[in-house]
Write a protein that binds this ligand. Structure first.
Ligand code: ADP
Length: 404
């Protein structure tokens, strides 16, 4: 089944066209990115498998035009990979926030749209953009089933003691203030792949997944289900990230607002966009820059890296306690997949768990690998994440059930 996976941001559209043979096997037909929607100089970068990359710069006023551009590229005689729009059998959309409405993927209908709209308050930058993508696609391909997959859905199995904040209960009831988590599709995928690679029975396992990228979160997965995760009401909670502060004393927020005369939007911007690696180092949100600077003796970059390692160690340690042990720790995302040094620094903190790392295996990037030694008490794996595959799989199942 040919499935188009769409990930809409406020000014961008990422896409992949996959030919799904079954849950595990698929061909990637094309992938690409539309950027700078709404700006004078938009661009499309289209990468068809087995053909030359195609790039074009032109104004892209809105998401509908962007989606049309993607579809035109997919069927283009020179750069296309399918003959006509009819070849696209279903579309899967990534949606950031599904709150308590969604614990799995769903076929788009009016009720689903209303619920995604209702979640916009919790993800004001993301959900409205996701909706734009869904509406634009409905407009252009009205008879093709549209499915939505939520970043929060995998975390809906958390129990109240994991998802509640110790705030007055009425705020949960009135405003839905609780922990929702994020990166759920990634945690779900890498925990399942990791269990397979490590020879574990997923339904009888304790796995901790470390998604460490520009945004980062750690999740405790017991018997295949999320029991706790480090991101919270929004993706701001948890560990230090590229530009997000992670956990801080909440009193800092009103204190800073008063001292610096900041509006709610300004403080939100500081915590989300000007903090983290960028905030402490003052120069970059990129982990590679932190490593290069620390190597040259930069104290702030060194603090960033040590805080990153410490934050991961504290979260993993907490989840080991929650699950009364751990069978497998998985690293994924930009930093987790690509940096052996960071992985080994983190794992040095896990000596008390009887973890030992195989330095040769740990050199690997980009390929699923067990990086612990055979006698390590807990297995450690590196699994490249593949959120698009999870979205395509769910979309395939939901679309196939319509035909049955
Ligand atoms: P996003 O959260 O935007 O999806 P990614 O998962 O792509 O981000 O992660 C981006 C981060 O991964 C950046 O901080 C980047 O520096 C880091 N990264 C990518 N490759 C490496 C590498 N080889 N070593 C260290 N960090 C890396």
């Amino acid at each position: 089944m040919i499935i188009l996976v769409i990930n809409c941001g406020s000014s961008s559209i990422k896409y992949q066209l996959l030919d799904m043979k079954n849950d595990e096997e698929y061909d990637l037909l094309a992938k690409g990115l539309v950027e700078k929607i709404g700006l004078p100089e938009g661009c499309l970068s289209h990468r068809p498998t087995g053909k030359d990359r195609y790039e074009v710069e032109l104004p892209i006023p809105d998401h509908k035009v962007g989606i049309q551009l993607v579809l035109d590229a997919l069927v283009d005689r020179e750069h296309g990979v399918v003959d006509s729009f009819e070849d696209i059998q279903a579309v899967g959309h990534r949606v950031v926030q599904g709150a308590e409405y969604f614990s799995g993927s769903a076929l788009v209908d009016d009720d689903v749209i209303r619920k995604i709209e209702a979640c916009c308050d919790f993800a004001p930058l993301h959900n409205p953009a996701n909706l734009l993508g869904i509406r634009a696609m409905q407009n252009v391909l009205p008879s093709v089933p549209q499915v939505v997959t939520f970043d929060t859905a995998f975390h809906q199995t958390m129990e109240p003691h994991a998802y509640m904040y110790a705030l007055p209960y009425e705020y949960y009831e009135k405003y839905g203030i609780r922990r929702y988590g994020a990166h759920g599709t990634s945690h779900q995928y890498v925990s399942q792949r990791g269990a397979k690679l490590a020879g574990l029975d997923l339904n009888n396992s304790r796995i901790i997944t470390c998604h460490i990228g520009n945004g980062s979160s750690i999740t405790a997965v017991r018997n295949g289900k999320c029991i706790d995760t480090s991101m919270g009401f929004t993706p701001l909670e948890g560990m230090i990230m590229g530009t997000r502060c992670g956990n801080i004393d909440a009193s800092i927020v009103p204190y800073l607002m008063k001292k610096e005369n900041l509006t709610p939007d300004q403080i939100t911007g500081i915590l989300n966009k000007k903090s983290g690696f960028l905030g402490i180092s003052g120069v970059s949100s990129d982990c590679r820059d932190m490593l290069a600077l620390a190597d040259k003796g930069d104290k702030k970059a060194d603090t960033v890296l040590k805080k990153l390692i410490n934050d991961v160690a504290k979260l993993v340690g907490g989840y080991v306690a929650e699950m009364n042990g751990v069978d497998l720790i998985v690293f994924t995302a930009g930093i987790g997949e690509n940096n052996p040094r960071v992985r080994s620094w983190i794992c040095e903190k896990f000596g008390y768990l009887g973890i030992t790392i195989d330095p040769e295996a740990n050199k690997n990037s980009g390929e699923e690998t067990i990086i612990s030694t055979p006698d390590s008490k807990v297995k450690v794996a590196m699994i490249p994440t593949n959120e698009e595959l999870v979205i395509a799989r769910d979309t395939m199942h939901i679309a196939a059930s319509l035909k049955a």
